[in-house]
Design a protein around this ligand. Structure first.
Ligand code: KG4
Ligand code: ZN
Length: 336
């Protein structure tokens, strides 16, 4: 069964052909980083315009690389939620047009569920498990009953983990996206030099709040009378990055490990762009080893946004015949 996946929820235009939910035949991602980096973050209107310009080329390239003709596709799948409204619309309307013209089923996929599903494409996982999605727009914990069933346990009240990293990077003039830059600078600094606060939220174990943690960095910069960033030397920037990254890692690790214990499951899945962070992977792996828990991350190419995870998860929706008609709408918010 060959499914074409389409992903345009944020700043990556992506298309992929996947066979039987696991076998990635092609996986094309066109990133818009160069368009957005001068603004220090994604500009929604520019993102949707770029998707319009790129989508046909990206789809043709995915089909060409897969040596697959349009008439050989069994279905077309698309991210219709959550994400930037106009960006989601580009992918969704393109998928509808393909479904209609080729007379093949149209399948809607939730982007956040697909980030966790990426693990099922590469590993053998026995459910139930708990999953943590850490991306630029979302931070959420799910109880995963099977690879097709994701129950939301909690999410962030304000900023997502990736968003907080991106905003701190912006404060420090480190460019966009900030997560990889903070990670590089943190390697050269000490995570113990500055003790930034951690928002564990007491008994509220499934939810997050990163906004105050991010603001603590802004206050630190003010209180240390850095009037402009030229006053911050390289060593200080490295320590700020290491200290802030560690505060985010501590919260993520504590909450997902507590969630697994609370739900009496032995396996944790991680997904989303921030799961590419080396220090987070290392520290969580050590803790899971100590506790005898199984831990799975997707490979780096499936951590950040891609359409393979969309086509992959769509296969399971196909088997349950969860098809959409041409009235399919977008849902920018994460649906509970
Ligand atoms: O999942 P993703 O590609 O897009 C969204 O769905 O948002 O995640 C993008 C986020 C950005 O905030 C980016 O800074 C962060 O993932 N990110 C990282 C790393 N690579 C990407 N954060 C920390 N360390 C990294 N190595
Ligand atoms: Zn994502």
């Amino acid at each position: 069964m060959l499914i074409l996946g389409i992903e345009t929820s944020c700043d990556e235009t992506a298309a992929s052909v996947v066979e039987d939910g696991r076998h990635i035949i092609s996986n094309v991602v066109s990133t818009q980083i160069d368009i957005h980096k001068k603004f220090g973050g994604v500009v929604p209107e520019l993102a949707s315009r770029a998707h319009v310009e790129l989508i046909s080329y990206v789809i043709w390239e995915a089909l060409e690389k897969a040596d697959c003709k349009l008439f050989e596709l069994n279905a077309v799948a698309v991210t219709n939620s959550p994400g930037l409204a106009n960006a989601l619309l580009v992918g969704t309307e393109t998928a509808k047009a393909l479904s209609f013209s080729l007379s093949i089923p149209l399948i809607a996929v939730n982007h956040i569920h697909a980030h966790l599903y990426a693990n099922f494409m590469e590993h053998s996982i026995v459910c139930p498990v708990v999953g943590l999605v850490i991306s630029g727009g979302h931070t959420a914990i799910f109880y995963v009953e099977n690879c097709n069933n994701y129950v939301l346990l909690g999410q962030t009240y304000d900023d997502a983990a990736g968003e907080a990293l991106d905003k701190v990077a912006k404060m420090l003039n480190l460019g966009y996206p900030g997560g990889p830059e903070i990670s590089k600078r943190a390697e050269k600094g000490s995570s113990k030099a500055i003790n930034f606060p951690r928002a564990f939220l007491g008994k509220d174990i499934y939810n997050f709040s990163f906004s105050g943690m991010k603001t603590a960095v802004a206050r630190y910069l003010e209180c240390n009378s850095y009037k402009n960033l030229a006053d911050v030397n390289d060593m200080d920037v490295n320590d700020i990055c290491a200290g802030f990254q560690q505060s985010v890692i501590d919260v993520l690790i504590k909450k997902i490990v507590n969630s697994a214990e609370q739900k009496h499951v032995e396996t944790i899945l991680i997904g989303g762009g921030v799961s590419a962070n080396t220090e987070f992977r290392k520290q969580l792996s050590e803790i899971c080893k100590e506790k005898g828990m199984n831990l799975f991350f997707p490979s780096l190419k499936l951590c950040t946004d891609n359409a393979a995870m969309i086509a992959g998860l769509a296969y399971h929706r196909y088997k349950k015949r969860k098809f959409e008609d041409l009235s399919l709408d977008i849902h920018p918010q994460l649906q509970v």
